[in-house]
Ligand binder design. Sequence first.
Ligand code: CP3
Length: 342
Amino acid sequence: MPGALLETLSGANLAQRPVWLMRQAGRYLPEYRALRADKGGFLELVYDSEAATEVTLQPIRRFGFDGAILFSDILIVPYAMGQNLEFLAGEGPRMSPRLLDTTLDALSAVPQRLDAIYATVAGVRAALGPDTTLLGFAGSPWTIATYMVAGEGSRDQHDTRAMAYRDPGAFQAIIDAIVSITINYLSGQIKAGAEAVQLFDSWAGSLAPREFERWVIAPNARIVAALAERHPGVAVIGFPKGAGEKLPAYARETGVQAIGIDETIDPAWAHATLPEGLPVQGNLDPLLLLAGGDALDHGARAVLNAFADRPHVFNLGHGIGQFTPIAHVERLLSVVREWRPG
Ligand code: CP3
């Protein structure tokens, strides 16, 4: 028997909803902070496969989530494409040289930078029980490109959007290069033991409709199709954060097996508009989990009720915040586990 998460991703509408939380391994957990301090930094943790395996398992031991998500980062892909990567304390990621200042040809790929990640996947799979699903992931090409071009996170992805308008040919080449490594990378994770994968498109919301078609939908559709050919039956969860009214087109045209939705989406609208039977993942506001109390219980039940008539994986609309009290996570889990379709 596959676990509840995997069953839901393949279309089963279970009475008890599977649940995991984006960024469930991370700074809100004291055991994570201790191990990270011990290793000296985030990348040091990611590249120590034994430690990364341990971090992936920490929230599973504590809370018994239905899914474990590989502990790594979406920016490992540009790092393997040859950019330097650093995480500066309090400032976030920095990459160099940025593609605003250089071209793709100037980078030389370092594919060995992916090997430690595969080792982590294999280590986690070996340690997990059969009911806990192991999720691999990658950033989707548009979001990865925004970091590669600007060399850091940016408020509205201004430089990358401008480049895509100014020189669509050059930008297409960047997207194509990311598509190709991402297919191999996710395929490598699946071979190492990932049972489903998620494509994080954190900045999908910044694009105008035609650009969304070209830079979000089309590249993701190519990744989904290539993985379906290499690994039939392995689900891809697409998470186009901020996509709003473009979600139904994303769902239909990418061919993803499940769709993650953020907290700005009205669940009733999503249920009414998304393709019938398509599994949905989401979408409690992470700030409601931070706040706790009755509002948390009601908010969680409202999400559960809205998706009662389709396969639903309970999750947040975005990653869990670092100041979230552990007691609120425990409370949320008891609400989700006690809920039954009315
Ligand atoms: O969900 C999970 O638990 C799996 C691991 C994971 C991380 N990042 C761990 C991490 C995943 C899936 C990501 C995705 C990711 N990384 C995204 C897409 C999702 C999103 O949040 O929008 C993006 C845009 C990144 C890039 C990135 N990595 C940023 C902007 C930061 C924040 C830098 C900071 O100082 O807060 C990171 C670092 C990062 N990735 C942390 C974790 C747990 C914090 C590292 C630490 O300081 O310990």
